[in-house]
Design a protein around this ligand. Structure first.
Ligand code: FAD
Length: 455
């Protein structure tokens, strides 16, 4: 995999995207410098163990993908990995005072009480009915409301977008949020055909296709960036953390001007940080691009980790967790039942939950005081899981002011216009380009490394 002509490449930002790009570029023989503003590598992936409780501060798990399977093996993390089949974990929706199981296939659709009989028939009809492929971007909820009916949108799609993307389904772009589905929908005239086309276009594993799994590691997701850190150091990547710097032009290339040391010359620069940070670095060199980067909105999210004895909860069911339909008497967007998926998350007999509040739809919740938030949490836990009200063994609040980018309708058109101003030798690689999940970021970083130097 040796590069024909080694290049000097600076990668700015050491979340999962920057780390994977650094590894893949170094493996191609390029001279890579990875610069991270914080003192630790890994970005939003952070796992903390205290008194036997394992908290995932950012992402909780990822869905298996051929790229990630291969990366995990390559990093020698196979023995640390915990993978559990997706189909073994029921997902629930909180609606009209009850947790209701989300259907994952046609058989379950008949049984579920998330949707009424009329809504189920509307959904089935919508899957096979011809639609006019959209000619321009539109809100995700609008498209699916017209094709599958309002029931599916309010009870399934919008809770999913709020809980997983912190986004309001009536405001986010179909094209930018679910780009692979958007491409498939535009190329077909029936939703069922579009779903099949999307599946055909997904990356193929080398061997037989394995059932999709939820993945983490014995000591949490942070094992992945730690493994990448070890691998990039072994591959000769220079890692610089916790430093201020500026980016300047230097001949045909670029120079990273670090305070108090020699500048680092480079041929190529990869910006793997947030849109706002990339905008700040590019403002002196490409103002229209920087303006677009600054215009990208991020949703705030409040995450509360709760640890308590199993016997404090009346509801004993197992599963991934639940998402809430709006205005159903609770404040949480949803909760993940971490101990139900992976072993070793709690002291013996404990239960740990990751509870999500806020997002863009219920933005005011992000500004609540800790006291008010905990009051709402207690009420939600009593209502949904029958918590008996005793003190928690673990209670930690994390406020993400800029958790995830939310793409407004027309995002891709504005992106294409802005990208015309991308200076030579500069590459954008943040999750604001679309594809926010860990598998999406890993795939994007691998593609970037392949395309960047044309080898
Ligand atoms: C609360 C939360 C829950 C999530 N849950 C899931 C989940 O369960 N599953 C899933 O697949 N995905 C989940 N995601 C999404 C996913 O984790 C992220 O989209 C992905 O990890 C982003 O990786 P990244 O490397 O692109 O960015 P980041 O992780 O944000 O890393 C960017 C890095 O750039 C650094 N930086 C910033 N400015 C500069 C600068 N000027 N110079 C150098 N470095 C800079 C930052 O310090 C940071 O380390 C979640 C995200 C959040 C926030």
């Amino acid at each position: 995999m040796q590069a024909q002509q080694p290049r000097r490449i600076a990668i700015l930002g050491a979340g999962i995207t920057g780390l994977v790009a650094a590894l893949k570029l170094a493996q191609r023989g390029h001279q890579v410098t990875l610069i991270e503003r914080a003192s630790r590598l890994g970005g939003v992936i952070q796992s903390v163990r205290e008194d036997g409780w394992l908290r995932e501060i950012g992402p909780n798990s990822f869905t298996s993908s051929p790229h990630l399977d291969a990366l995990t093996e390559e990093l020698g993390l196979g023995a640390e990995m915990l993978a559990t089949p997706l189909k073994d974990h029921d997902r629930f929706v909180w609606k009209a005072g009850r947790l209701r199981c989300v259907p994952t296939g046609p058989g379950e659709l008949l049984k579920t009480d998330v949707l009424s009989t009329g809504e189920k028939l509307r959904l089935l009809f919508g899957l096979v009915k011809r639609y006019d492929p959209p000619t321009e971007d539109l809100p995700l909820a609008s498209f699916f409301r017209s094709v599958l009916g309002p029931g599916v949108v309010e009870s399934l799609l919008k809770p999913f977008l709020a809980g997983v993307y912190a986004a309001d389904g009536d405001r986010v772009s179909f094209e930018a949020t679910f780009n692979k589905l958007w491409v498939a929908v535009r190329g077909e005239r029936r939703l069922i055909s579009a779903l099949k086309a999307m599946r055909r276009a997904s990356p193929k594993p080398d061997g037989p296709r394995k059932p999709r799994a939820l993945v983490s590691f014995r000591d949490g997701l942070e094992t992945l960036p730690r493994g990448l850190e070890k691998a990039i150091r072994a591959a000769g990547v220079q890692v610089i953390t916790d430093r201020d710097y500026a980016l300047s032009r230097s001949g045909d290339g670029w120079s990273v001007e670090l305070a108090g040391t020699e500048p680092i010359p480079c041929d190529q620069v990869v910006l793997a940080c947030s849109a706002e940070r990339a905008g700040r670095l590019l403002a002196p060199h490409a103002k229209p691009l920087a303006d677009w980067l600054h215009s990208i909105e991020y949703a705030a999210l409040t995450v509360v980790h709760v640890g308590a004895p199993e016997d404090a909860f009346r509801d004993k069911r197992r599963g991934f967790g639940f998402l809430s339909v709006a205005d159903q008497g609770i404040e949480a967007l949803g909760m993940i039942w971490n101990d139900r998926m992976f072993p070793g998350r709690t002291p013996p007999g404990g239960r740990i939950l990751t509870c999500f509040y806020g997002g863009e739809k219920r933005a005011e919740t992000n500004r609540w005081s800790d006291e008010r938030l905990v009051q709402a949490l207690r009420a939600d836990l009593a209502t949904v899981l029958g918590h008996d009200g005793r003190d928690f063994d673990l209670l930690r609040i994390t406020r993400w002011e800029r958790a995830l980018p939310v793409f407004r309708v027309g995002h891709r058109v504005r992106q294409n216009q802005a990208m015309r101003h991308l200076p030579p030798g500069v590459h954008l690689a943040g999750n604001f380009l679309g594809g926010v999940s860990i598998p999406d970021r890993v795939e994007a970083a691998i593609q970037l490394a392949k395309g960047l130097t044309g080898d």
